[in-house]
Design a binder for this molecule. Structure first.
Ligand SMILES: Nc1ncnc2c1ncn2[C@@H]1O[C@H](COP(=O)(O)OP(=O)(O)OP(=O)(O)O)[C@@H](O)[C@H]1O
Ligand SMILES: [Mg+2]
Length: 253
């Protein structure tokens, strides 16, 4: 059995099945999207501004309802059973919404308890904040003085503490400095080896190629390309992306 066969036996933790969202103004932001993220896989979704990446994530989170099709988390259809589906998912948005008057540690404590995890200690909070690269002097400072990257690190820490089998990340590296971005890749590797299924939207083509087991490209709501690690290994992913965006590669078929 080769690696890809082994992968085929793994459970599909996140599934989009003909997932479609037409907004009230008539725009189809997500159009019959189908893909899956198995256990222990990282899926990076690329696509121009407005391609439908955040809408896809919002459908998984049941923040909006699909017009057609379904998003499944851990086998549960999100819009039919949102509360159960949410138990299996942790989410980090691009602009992490946390309590500004709470410190990093207080935010971690608040959101962990809210998620039903009440047995974490101060040391657990400290360790996870160090793991995501938040400097120790900031751990007990209020969030209102934090930069975007520092907030994102807190958001990622909260997601790790939730210990859900699936993690959704909307442009997780957009606020991170180059060193933090690099460290984030290591973190993704660790989470993958723990068996987490990770779906992230990103504009970072190079990091996507480096870290992802699958790379998808969305254009006008449709998945126009999906390739696995082996398939993109020797490709110029940036060129490929530009060709899809410019219409040099026909996606109408
Ligand atoms: N609530 C809404 N009502 C109407 N249209 C919306 C709504 N939210 C998003 N859209 C539209 O849906 C399309 C997809 O938006 P979405 O935010 O999913 O794109 P994206 O791929 O995440 O883009 P970006 O890379 O800029 O984050 C866009 O044309 C956007 O204007
Ligand atoms: Mg977006």
């Amino acid at each position: 059995m080769n690696d890809s066969d082994a992968g085929n036996n793994k459970f599909e933790m996140l599934q989009a099945i003909n997932l479609t969202k037409k907004y009230e103004d008539g725009l189809t932001a997500v159009d019959a999207l189908s893909f899956a993220v198995k256990q222990g896989e990282v899926y990076a979704m690329l696509g121009a501004n407005g391609a439908g990446k955040t809408t896809t994530i919002n459908l998984f989170l049941n923040l909006i309802e699909p017009t057609f099709g379904e998003a499944k988390i851990n086998g549960i259809t999100t819009h039919k059973n949102p509360l159960d589906a949410k138990k299996s998912i942790a989410f980090v948005s691009e602009n992490v919404m946390l309590y500004q008057d709470f410190s990093a540690v207080q935010n971690l404590d608040f959101f962990s308890k809210l998620g039903g995890k009440s047995n974490y200690t101060k040391d657990d909070y400290k360790n996870v904040l160090l793991r995501v690269g938040l400097q120790e002097e900031a751990h007990n400072k209020k969030l209102k003085g934090f930069s975007k990257g520092m907030r994102q690190k807190c958001g990622i820490a909260i997601a790790i503490l939730k210990d859900a089998p699936a993690i959704l990340l909307d442009e997780p590296t957009s606020g991170l400095d180059p060193k933090a971005g690099l460290e984030f890749m290591t973190l993704l590797d660790e989470l993958r080896s723990e068996g987490k299924s990770i779906l992230m939207s990103t504009h970072d083509i190079f990091r996507a190629k480096e870290v992802a087991d699958f790379v998808g490209i969305m254009k006008e709501g449709k998945l126009v390309m999906q390739k696995n690690r082996d398939q993109i290994k020797n490709e110029n992913l940036e060129e490929l992306y530009i060709n899809y965006m410019s219409g040099y590669i026909d996606t109408a078929a």
